[in-house]
Structures are given as C-alpha cells and as structure tokens.
Design a protein around this ligand. Structure first.
Ligand code: PCA
Length: 214
C-alpha cells in the first residue's frame, strides 16, 4: 500500500486553534490506496521544514500534502506554486520575522506543486465542497514550507508527489469576527479526503482552467 504524509500547523497569529491541525484528526486512516500518516508542524521559519524533512526520512511516504490555514479565504485552495522568499507580515511562533530573505540560496525562484491540482479542485467541487486553485501561497510560513518541500523533492526525490492546500477558518473561529468567511470542519475534512483521492488516482493533471485575474 502507498503512504501519504499529511501535515497540519499548530495555532498562530492569536488564534486558539488551527483548523489544519484539527482536520488531521478527522481524516480516515486509509484513502483509496493511500495509508494516511499525519504530522503536526510548528509555525516557525526553518523549524517547520526540519520537522517535515525528519518525518519524510522516517516515514518514507509516496506523497506529501501539507495543509495550512488561510483565514479570510472562502474556499479550500490548492496551491500552484511556492516562491523562494520569506516576507513575514507577523512574527512566527518563535518571534522570527524575516523580510525579503531567500529560503534556499541555491534554489530556483519558484517550484510548481507536484500534484494534479486541477483534478483535486474538480473532485471537491463535484461534491459541492467550495474549492479553487490558488496562484499564491503568500510569503509566510506556509509558502516557506511548500517551497521547502518542493526544493527537497527537486533535489532529492523526484518520485515524491507533493504540495500544499490552504483551508479557511472554521465556523467557531469567526463567531466574534465580522464578515469573515468560514467552513464547517467536517466539510473541510471531506474536501481533503476527495483531494487526496484524486492524488491517489492521478499523476497527470486534467485540463480545466484555474486562472484568475486577481
Ligand atoms: N497558515 C500560515 C502559517 C501556518 C498556517 O496554518 C500561512 O498561511 O503562512
């Protein structure tokens, strides 16, 4: 059986929870022909990647899907690209706040996700889970992790499938916030299961548009 490593982040930015961590608890142990392994990561530049690399070396997965919270987004967004820059809007959980620093000096400017991103989005939308392709994972710890994963894949293990999914706030996080979109945790879990199912079935992506003007 193939193995997929799915990661989630600890809370950050003043939030009590991070849905990316909560959702790991709801994922089935098996999805299609993937056995699911989960890993919690710190919201810390550098350290998040160290923990990710150690988990990859230990578990030797066939695929890695990293998940993070993107508060304010309405849909589950499958990220297309990771870029070689850290530019932190707020300090991370250990008070690091890099500004315009390269993640890896010897890395490309950007790496594309090694995932069938369109097929993952379509699998979710078909079951009425709001989903779209995102063309920017930002410049905080999530982009740092995505870029670092793809750097690792490009340098060390080209057979590994890997990429990143951002998820919205869940309903309980927006009770005291005005006009901030959210999804039910159960729907996010269902969406991720469908997206991972598409990863299990496809190496090549499907041809549908994921372009946006903004
Ligand atoms: N979201 C942050 C980092 C951790 C998380 O869950 C981000 O989008 O960069």
């Amino acid at each position: 059986m193939k193995r997929i490593l799915v990661t989630g982040f600890e809370p950050f930015g003043g939030e009590a929870i991070n849905p990316s961590l909560e959702v790991l608890k709801l994922l089935p142990k098996k999805i299609k022909d993937f056995e699911v392994i989960t890993q919690q990561l710190p919201v810390v530049f550098g350290k998040s990647l160290e923990v990710l690399y150690a988990a990859i070396e230990k578990e030797k997965p066939d695929a890695v899907l990293c998940v993070g919270q993107a508060g304010g987004r309405k849909e589950i967004t499958v990220e297309r690209v990771g870029i070689n820059v850290d530019d932190a809007r707020i300090p991370d959980n250990e008070d690091n706040q890099p500004i315009d620093e390269k993640i890896f000096e010897d890395g490309e400017n950007a790496y594309f996700a090694k995932l069938p991103i369109k097929a993952m989005v379509e699998a979710m939308k078909r079951q009425d889970i709001p989903a779209m392709v995102s063309n920017s994972a930002g410049t905080y710890v999530c982009n740092h992790l995505m870029y670092g994963l793809l750097y690792y894949i490009n340098k060390n293990n080209r057979n590994l499938q890997g990429g990143f999914v951002h998820i919205p706030f869940i309903t309980e996080q927006v009770k005291d916030k005005e006009n901030v979109p959210a999804m039910e945790l159960e729907d996010i879990a269902k969406g991720l299961e469908l997206a991972i199912g598409a990863m299990a079935e496809l190496k090549e992506d499907i041809k549908v548009t994921g372009g946006t003007i903004y």
